[in-house]
Design a protein. Structure first.
Length: 206
C-alpha cells in the first residue's frame, strides 16, 4: 500500500503507475492531467474506490500466497530510483532476492477476467505490463511476477520476461514527458476534460 510520504515523492519523478498514463493506457487520467499534477497546477486527489480499498487489504494475503506456492521469501523494499535517471522511480509490492525478481500484486474484479491469460502466461492487461517493465528497468531485475486475485477467488500468477526494446521505449516516453514537466511545456490535450482544464474560462471572442 502506498504511504502518504510515497505519494509526495511521486511528484519528484515518474513512478510505475504513471507510465501507463503517459502512454495513454489509463481510463482514469490523461497525460495532460498527470502533467498538471506534476507541476503543482492541480492537486493529486486520491479517492480510494472500494475495489482499491479491498485490494490494499488483500495485498499481504496475495503476497503471502505467492511466497507459499513458490517457496520463496518476498521482501517489501523501500522506493527504488533508476541509477542513471533519478526521475524514474518505483514503489514495489515485493522483491524476491533469490530470483532477483519484482513481484507485483493485483486485485481485479471479475469483469476484467477476460483481460488476463492462462496461469503462467505473460498475457496481462497492457497497463500492468508496462508497469512491471518499468520496475524491471529501474531495479535491473531479471524478471517480474504478477500475482492477481480475480473476483475474490480466482488466483493466478504471471511472469514478465524482460523485453529491452519495450523498456527502452518506456524510458524514452518517460524522458519526453519529464522534459515537458521540467520546461512546463504541456502535452497535447486528449479529452474534453483536458480542454476544460486548459481553457477554464469561456472567451466569446475566440
Amino acid at each position: 500500500m502506498i504511504t502518504e510520504q510515497q505519494r509526495k515523492e511521486r511528484l519528484l519523478g515518474i513512478g510505475g503507475s504513471d507510465i501507463g498514463i503517459i502512454l495513454g493506457l489509463s481510463n482514469y487520467k490523461t497525460p495532460y492531467q498527470l502533467y498538471l499534477e506534476k507541476i503543482g497546477e492541480i492537486d493529486s486527489v486520491y479517492e480510494e474506490t472500494p475495489l482499491q480499498y479491498w485490494g490494499h487489504q488483500l495485498e499481504p494475503v496475495i503476497r503471502n500466497e505467492f511466497a507459499k506456492r513458490n517457496n520463496v521469501s518476498v521482501e517489501i523494499p523501500e522506493s527504488f530510483v533508476h541509477p542513471f535517471y533519478d526521475f524514474l522511480r518505483g514503489n514495489l509490492d515485493g522483491f524476491i532476492p533469490s530470483l532477483n525478481a519484482v513481484l507485483e500484486v493485483k486485485c481485479s474484479n471479475q469483469f476484467m477476467a477476460h483481460e488476463w491469460g492462462d496461469i503462467g502466461s505473460d498475457v496481462i492487461p497492457m497497463q500492468y505490463l508496462v508497469q512491471v517493465a518499468h520496475y524491471c528497468a529501474i531495479t535491473n531485475a531479471d524478471c517480474a511476477y504478477i500475482a492477481v486475485l480475480i473476483g475474490g477467488w480466482d488466483y493466478r500468477e504471471f511472469k514478465y520476461t524482460r523485453d529491452m526494446q519495450l523498456e527502452e521505449t518506456l524510458i524514452e516516453a518517460a524522458k519526453t514527458f519529464w522534459n515537458c514537466v521540467q520546461t512546463q511545456t504541456p502535452p497535447e490535450p486528449t479529452t474534453q476534460v483536458d480542454l476544460r482544464l486548459m481553457f477554464p474560462k469561456h472567451d466569446p471572442e475566440k
